[in-house]
Design a binder for this molecule. Structure first.
Ligand code: TIU
Length: 223
């Protein structure tokens, strides 16, 4: 776990120390990935996101088998909505917005069915779950403190959506000194063009925010 391994990536290979590298799975929640949730209510096609489930499962299994650190995040708010900015509550102008009751309970509210992580990627006891009110996983959460306590300096960031919560989190992490690698098959967007551009933005300019790779490259490097 302390031996450095090289993962083939763009714009160039990333050397990781597995004991210092965590798998951070962003917002693989029923509200984003299942019919009847928040994502579909916003007018999106959830099948675009569902393509990332199987690659995430394979990577998660390999990462757990190697005995490495896994963390999960969930976007959502307090049942009393006290942490929901009014500007976010009204966003989208839909008939229903965050906090209203949908087919999977109150939309994006902690403790509701739709807010929870999909069964395919459900956290194991002992894997930290970070509840976040915003798009970035560092804003108003204890993620940075937890990563520091664990001695983590590198992140494999997966989840949804590529251009929103994944990109925001990668930028936040990069500014805090973490090296971030994004496996392209383990992130997804409702919009194919945003998927493509969201990944290009990360790796452009010599890896301005991080590295882009594929789950198969990570799994083979774990060997
Ligand atoms: N997790 C996340 O990306 N939250 C979003 O609201 N994403 C959308 O793309 N809507």
């Amino acid at each position: 776990k302390n031996a450095v391994i090289s993962i083939e990536a763009e714009p160039y290979s990333l050397e990781i120390t597995p004991s210092k590298c965590a798998l951070l799975i962003i917002d693989m929640q029923r509200d984003f990935l299942e019919p009847g949730g928040f994502g579909e209510m916003l007018g999106n096609d959830v099948s675009q996101l569902r393509q990332s489930i199987e690659p995430n499962q394979k990577l998660l299994v390999a990462w757990r088998e190697a005995g490495l650190q896994v963390l999960h995040t969930r976007e959502g708010h307090r049942p009393d909505l006290a942490d929901l900015p009014p500007a976010k509550k009204v966003r989208g102008h839909g008939a229903k917005t965050i906090g209203d009751t949908g087919p999977m309970g109150r939309i994006l509210i902690r403790g509701e069915e739709g807010h929870d992580i999909i069964p395919e990627l459900y956290p194991l006891p002992g894997e930290p779950v970070i509840d976040k009110p915003g798009k970035g996983a560092f804003f108003a959460t204890d993620l940075h403190a937890i990563l520091q306590n664990l001695g983590i300096t590198q992140l494999i960031v997966t989840g949804v959506t590529t251009e929103v919560c994944v990109n925001t989190t990668v930028r936040e992490a990069n500014d805090r000194g973490y090296e971030c690698l994004v496996p392209e098959d383990c992130v997804a967007s409702y919009f194919p063009v945003f998927q493509e551009m969201g990944l290009k933005m990360i790796k452009a300019q010599g890896g301005i925010f991080g590295w882009v790779s594929h789950s198969s490259k990570i799994i083979s490097a774990l060997g």
